[in-house]
Structures are given as structure tokens and as C-alpha cells.
Design a protein around this ligand. Structure first.
Ligand code: FAD
Length: 380
């Protein structure tokens, strides 16, 4: 093969599609089944937004990501991307609101600023405090992560990629003469010119030699049944939102969906529940549900209600919360996509394109200096 991909989650499935479409011979290896729920890319919905408070460098990538999401949406005939608008709620002087407003102004993204009374009048489920403000970003919405991954995998296969599920990579190495790479699984030994490693929460295991301390955080997601029915939770009245309820503590959620996922999904982060994919407690306790309901009572009281479903998920942080999308610092035929630091899914479409560029030509026209794999070594 030309390229082996280890990990066919959000990023790995996207690059499998990009490479296969560009006529590369691809072998993909995945530890679990297609679009599974053991990693970081499941739970029915992921926020996508453009007014990025995290860093201005992400905005051009996001604009391209939207184009590529629309492409795969069309190609697959699926509805992967839903634009609902998005509310970035908080206090006016700093944090999520201020950063998002700055980004919306700098990049001339369509938006409105709402005070607490306007917020509550238009979006009646929310209970803002008097000094709360909100940015309404018009282009925000959500993606369906499992369907997106399945669409990438289907298209990759259609273009000839050879994808193997339930076949974890046990070991990888660069051949001693530097001519290629080798990956060993229980079933076979694969060789190729190059390797892409997109390991999600398994980064420490597969990238032990890269010298980057990844941290994995356990997150619980909750699906609530509103006390007064779903009227106030349709997307026009309840778009995606990210609410900084306390300094750096964020409550976020999605409108009710008609895809069989019953309930209104909400979650809170950071939790600082550090774990590994082996040690994570995948059960959400009654105490956690009670804690979530207590928070909802203050901010969205109709969701202090029955919890229909819960699931856990893992965030994988790099030391500076920016991605690592680059050549491996020691091996020029190994490419790494890791450390998506709780905000990666919306970029999967464009990360796939970037990784394919790096694999085929060794470089990309996309701005990825922020994502260098050597940046942590340089600091110490
Ligand atoms: C609760 C939660 C909410 C989030 N909300 C958002 C959001 O609203 N918007 C947003 O943009 N981002 C969000 N994120 C972050 C985003 O989902 C992640 O950044 C993204 O999904 C990471 O994709 P990935 O490909 O790195 O990991 P994954 O999709 O987990 O893929 C990694 C894959 O590698 C496989 N693998 C591991 N080891 C091996 C091996 N040895 N051999 C073969 N395969 C292997 C795994 O099985 C897995 O399939 C959220 C994350 C969580 C957990």
C-alpha cells in the first residue's frame, strides 16, 4: 500500500476517504467496529461554529471544513451538517462570549449580540441572569458524528480503500533502511511507504516516543426529557449553545433531534476526571445525574427532568490545547493527528484533507504551524 492509517475514528476515516479519492492505495486499521462508541466521536451530535475564541488561526480552517462537510453531505446523500445558529453565552467582559465576539468581528461572521432579556424572549428555555449576554452566531450548528464517520468510511471503500475493523495495530515501526513502515496486527504484517497515526485517546500508547504528554479526560453526556414537552427545544428556539456558567465552566447542548435520539443532550466541562481508555469508568452514576439536574435547574429549568440516556466520552488534550497535525518529529514518513483537545470533530473534514496533502506531497497549503509536533520539545 501507499499509506497505512491506524485508527479510523473522526480523523482517520476522513483521511481514508481523502486518500482513496486521490487514488492512493490505503490500508486502514481500526481497533473496534465502524463508528463505534468507545472513543471520542460518538453520542449523536458535535457542535460546529466559526467564531472561534480558541485562536484566530482556526477560522480559515473552519471555512474550508464547512465546504468539505457540504461535499461529503452531498456525496453521501446524508444530512450530516445541520445549521441551527449557535449561542455563545456568558458574562460580557471576558471568556467565551468576548472571545467569540472578537472572532466574529475580526472575520466578519454574521452574528447578533443579545442582552439577557432578548435572549430569554427569543429562546425561552434559557434563564440568563440579568448581566448575562449572548452572541448568536448564524453559521453555527451541529454535525452527526457517527453518520459522518460512516459516510467517510463508505466513500473510502467505494474509492478502493482496504479497511480492517476489530484489528488493532499492536506495533508500528519505520523500516531500518528508512524506506517504509511496518505495522503488525494479530492477523497480519502490513508494509507501506508511509503511516498516518490518528489514535484519539490511545495517543500515549501509539505515540509513546513522541515526547508529548497527552491527558485524557472523562466526560459524561446526558439526554433529558423536558418537563413541558419539546416545543421550547426545537432548533429555532433552542439552537446549539455554549454557556460559560462560571469562570471557565461550560454547559453546552443541542436542540431535540428527530433521528431517534430522544431527549435534549447536554454536558458540562471541564470535569478534570483524568483517565485512560483502559481505566475510564463508562457508567454514569445517579449522583452525576443529580448534579447535572441541579445545574440545569438554575440555567434551563425545564431540563431538570428525567434523564433518558447517558454516555461517557474521552477528550484527549495536548499540553497547549491545540492539535498536533504534523510529521512525526523523528520520522518523515510517519504523520500524526492527535491531541484534538475537546474541540476537534468539527475540523475532521479539513484535517482529512491536510493529512492527505502531507502524505502525498509532504506539505500542505493550509495554515498548520500552530499544530507542529516539535513545539513542546522546543520549549523545554
Ligand atoms: C463528550 C464530547 C463532546 C465533544 N464535543 C465536541 C464538539 O461539540 N465539537 C467538536 O468539534 N469536538 C467535540 N469533541 C471533540 C471531538 O469529538 C474529538 O476531538 C474528535 O472526535 C477526535 O477524533 P479522533 O479521530 O482523534 O479520535 P477517535 O474518533 O476516538 O478515533 C481514534 C480511533 O483510533 C482507534 N484506535 C486506537 N488505538 C488503535 C490501535 N492500536 N489500532 C487501531 N485503531 C486504534 C480507536 O478505536 C478510535 O476509533 C467532543 C468530544 C467529546 C468526548
Amino acid at each position: 500500500a501507499d499509506t497505512i492509517i491506524i485508527g479510523l475514528g473522526g480523523m482517520g476515516s476522513a483521511v481514508a476517504y481523502q486518500l482513496a479519492r486521490r487514488k492512493q492505495r490505503v490500508v486502514g486499521l481500526e481497533k473496534f467496529g465502524p463508528a463505534h462508541n468507545r472513543g471520542s466521536s460518538h453520542g449523536g451530535s458535535r457542535i460546529i461554529r466559526q467564531a472561534y475564541y480558541e485562536h484566530p488561526a482556526y477560522v480559515p480552517l473552519l471555512l474550508r471544513a464547512y465546504e468539505l462537510w457540504r461535499d461529503i453531505d452531498q456525496l453521501s446523500g446524508q444530512s450530516l451538517l445541520s445549521i441551527t445558529g449557535g449561542l455563545m453565552i456568558g458574562s460580557s467582559d471576558e471568556g467565551v462570549f468576548q472571545g467569540s465576539l472578537q472572532s466574529a468581528e475580526d472575520h466578519q461572521l454574521p452574528h447578533e449580540v443579545l442582552n439577557a432579556a432578548q435572549l430569554q424572549a427569543r429562546f425561552p428555555a434559557f434563564r440568563p441572569q440579568a448581566d448575562t449576554v449572548a452572541l448568536l452566531e448564524k453559521a453555527a450548528g451541529f454535525l452527526h458524528p457517527e453518520r459522518s464517520i460512516q459516510a467517510f468510511l463508505d466513500q473510502a471503500t467505494r474509492f478502493g480503500a482496504d479497511l480492517h475493523f476489530f484489528e488493532p495495530a499492536l506495533q508500528w515501526q519505520v523500516l531500518p533502511d528508512g524506506s517504509g513502515v511496518q505495522v503488525i496486527t494479530q492477523q497480519a504484517t502490513y508494509e507501506a511507504e508511509r503511516l498516518i497515526i490518528s489514535p484519539g485517546a490511545w495517543a500515549s500508547e501509539l505515540l509513546a516516543d513522541i515526547g508529548i504528554p497527552f491527558q485524557v479526560e472523562r466526560i459524561a453526556q446526558f439526554w433529558m426529557a423536558p418537563t413541558n414537552g419539546f416545543t421550547n427545544f426545537q432548533s429555532a428556539r433552542f439552537p446549539i449553545f455554549l454557556w460559560e456558567i462560571e469562570d471557565n465552566i461550560k454547559l453546552y447542548g443541542f436542540p431535540a433531534m428527530d433521528d431517534g435520539t430522544r431527549g435534549v443532550k447536554v454536558a458540562i466541562y471541564p470535569t478534570e476526571q483524568w483517565c485512560t481508555p483502559e481505566t475510564i469508568n463508562r457508567t454514569v452514576s445517579p449522583e452525576e445525574i443529580a448534579g447535572m439536574r441541579q445545574i440545569l435547574q438554575t440555567y434551563i429549568p425545564e431540563l431538570n427532568s428525567d434523564c433518558l440516556k447517558t454516555i461517557t466520552c474521552m477528550h484527549t488534550f495536548s499540553p497547549d490545547d491545540h492539535f498536533i497535525v504534523a510529521h512525526h518529529p523523528q520520522h518523515k514518513n510517519v504523520i500524526v493527528a492527535a491531541g484534538f483537545s475537546a474541540h476537534g470533530f468539527k475540523f475532521a473534514s479539513v484535517i482529512g484533507e491536510i493529512l492527505a496533502d502531507l502524505a502525498i506531497t509532504g506539505q500542505t497549503n493550509h495554515p498548520i504551524d500552530l499544530f507542529a509536533s516539535t513545539r513542546f520539545a522546543a520549549e523545554t
